[in-house]
Design a protein around this ligand. Structure first.
Ligand code: UDP
Length: 239
């Protein structure tokens, strides 16, 4: 694909945690990630916004499983993403990359409110924008929020970084089925019809309806992020 100019990167909260320790946020991991992001953004000269998840802190479904009210539990999840966004901002700025956190749940002491035109203005000024609190509504995920924001700011590509060791979209779960093969490219409809796990269905159908391609790749492997942001064939392209 042509080199994209404006990209939304979706990274899960767990990408900031540590497999080696019990840390909710491991600063060695965050620093390495931030360094890679900052370098790739400036070398490739692109406009980059990041939607960060909160699964390392709280997931709505965890509370629901314990009998909590869904909306309350989801709100806790959204607040978790704000913590991650601030950690990422700190690390990106230590890497010399000006960064703004825009939150969908208003908390002016912590971050700017999400305003679409403001997000675009920051990007035009070569600041990285970190979207916090998803889209601000319960019953949604940060995957769907990433797709929504990407459409709103007219991004050309949504990069979905994985962290669990699966480097793209497979015909079956590669951790269970040794015959599973990775698709280099796949259509939205195939993902839906084959019930392949890429992002949640709401995010996939939203991207389909809005013609927004998704590049799925392994975020944790050094060098991969840069290749994905450059629009190189890596992992699986869904379009
Ligand atoms: N969440 C929500 N609305 C949003 C985005 C997130 O309610 O617009 C909540 C939801 O409970 C979710 C949690 O925030 O489980 C953390 O986000 P997510 O699970 O997407 O994080 P990730 O798995 O990417 O780390």
């Amino acid at each position: 694909m042509a080199k994209p100019r404006r990209i939304v990167l979706k990274m899960s909260g767990e990408a900031l945690a540590s497999s080696a320790s019990d840390e909710t946020i491991d600063f060695a991991v965050v620093d390495r990630m931030a360094g890679e992001i900052a370098e790739a953004r400036s070398d490739l000269n692109l406009e980059l916004a990041i939607m960060v998840g909160g699964g390392n802190i709280w997931r709505g479904t965890t509370g629901v499983g314990a009998g909590m009210d869904r909306a309350t539990s989801d709100t806790m999840g959204m607040l978790g993403t704000v913590i991650n966004a601030l950690a990422l901002q700190d690390a990106l700025e230590h890497s010399g990359q000006p960064t703004r956190v825009l939150t969908a749940v208003a908390m002016p002491e912590a971050a700017e409110p999400y305003i679409r035109r403001r997000a675009i203005r920051h990007l035009e000024k070569n600041r990285i924008v970190v979207f916090a609190a998803g889209m601000g509504n319960p019953y949604f995920t940060t995957d769907t929020s990433a797709a929504l924001r990407a459409a709103e700011i007219e991004a050309e590509l949504l990069c979905k970084g994985t962290h669990g060791g699966v480097d793209g979209v497979y015909s079956a779960d590669p951790k269970v089925d040794p015959d599973a093969t990775r698709f280099e490219e796949i259509t939205f409809m195939e993902v839906v019809n084959k019930d392949l796990r890429v992002m949640d269905l709401t995010a996939i159908t939203f991207c389909k309806d809005n013609g927004l391609p998704i590049q799925v790749f392994d975020l944790m492997k050094p060098g991969n992020l840069r290749r994905a942001l450059a629009g190189e064939p890596i992992g699986t392209l869904v379009r």
